[in-house]
Design a protein around this ligand. Structure first.
Ligand code: SAH
Ligand code: DHB
Ligand code: MG
Length: 226
């Protein structure tokens, strides 16, 4: 099959999965419509991936979630909906335009009380959260600029406890992660993150390749050990 054919097949099957298994409601759909209308890039997680994040929140019985990279709040809404009434999700975004669109989407979702939006560079906000003892978080979702993933991962560890789960999006990039000669700063960031994880005795991890509406990519799942 050609690349165009596989892309179309991945998209069609994702559509089938969403139509059969996933109750993406009007609030989530409107979140994506408003994100597009505001000119935000179409790089959120897919519906199937958002549902997976929500299932992780439920499986962990997570009460505190941290997200790096809010965009329009689509993944944040999926996760925050699974939190108990006294749970909270902190989400970091450095583009004030993205953060404003997200604020309206989170509001419409009725989740403002549970979602704490931090507007600024995650390289500054993460140390602040640590200084304020905002952690430990049960689940951290890292989904911002890929080249800085090693930095975000280090702070995620500091904001974790034994048993915390750290998920990192976009670690496969159409397979480019396996190219040791890559000059792409984003790919190099993911490779450095993988070296950190692989060389650490205090975490247990895997990476899963995925196909779907967003093409061929994948996520890493890291468990912080005692
Ligand atoms: N998690 C979102 C998608 C995030 S896209 C979802 O699935 O719905 C990545 C976001 O990270 C973008 O909005 C981008 O502006 C933001 N970002 C990039 N670099 C950042 C940084 N250094 N600090 C904070 N946010 C950053
Ligand atoms: C990009 C970023 C993402 O978080 C994603 O899921 C897909 C693509 C990007 O910057 O290209
Ligand atoms: Mg992503």
């Amino acid at each position: 099959m050609t690349a165009a054919m596989t892309t179309e097949l991945f998209r069609a099957v994702d559509e089938y999965i969403v139509s059969t298994l996933i109750n993406e409601d009007d609030v989530l759909r409107q979140t994506q419509i408003d994100a597009k209308a505001a000119g935000l890039p179409a790089i959120s997680v897919s519906a199937a991936q958002g549902k997976l994040l929500q299932l992780f929140v439920q499986m962990l019985a997570a009460r505190r979630v941290l997200e790096v990279g809010t965009l329009a709040g689509y993944s944040a809404i999926w996760m925050a909906r699974a939190l108990p009434a006294d749970g909270s999700l902190f989400t970091i975004e450095f583009d004030p335009r993205h953060a404003e669109v997200a604020r309206q989407n989170v509001n419409r979702a009725g989740l403002s009380a549970r979602v704490n939006q931090c507007v600024g560079d995650a390289r500054d906000i993460l140390p602040q959260l640590h200084a304020e003892n905002a952690g430990p978080f049960d689940l951290v979702f890292i989904d911002a600029d890929k080249k800085s993933t090693p930095i975000y991962f280090e702070w995620a560890l500091k904001l974790s406890r034994p048993g915390s789960i750290i998920i990192v999006d976009n670690v496969i990039r159409s397979g480019r992660v396996a190219d040791a000669a890559s000059r792409d700063a984003d790919v190099q960031g993911i490779q450095e993150f993988n070296r950190m994880v692989g060389g650490s005795g205090s975490v247990s991890a895997t990476a899963i390749q995925t196909v779907g509406a967003k093409g061929y990519d994948g996520f890493a799942l890291v468990r912080v050990c005692g």
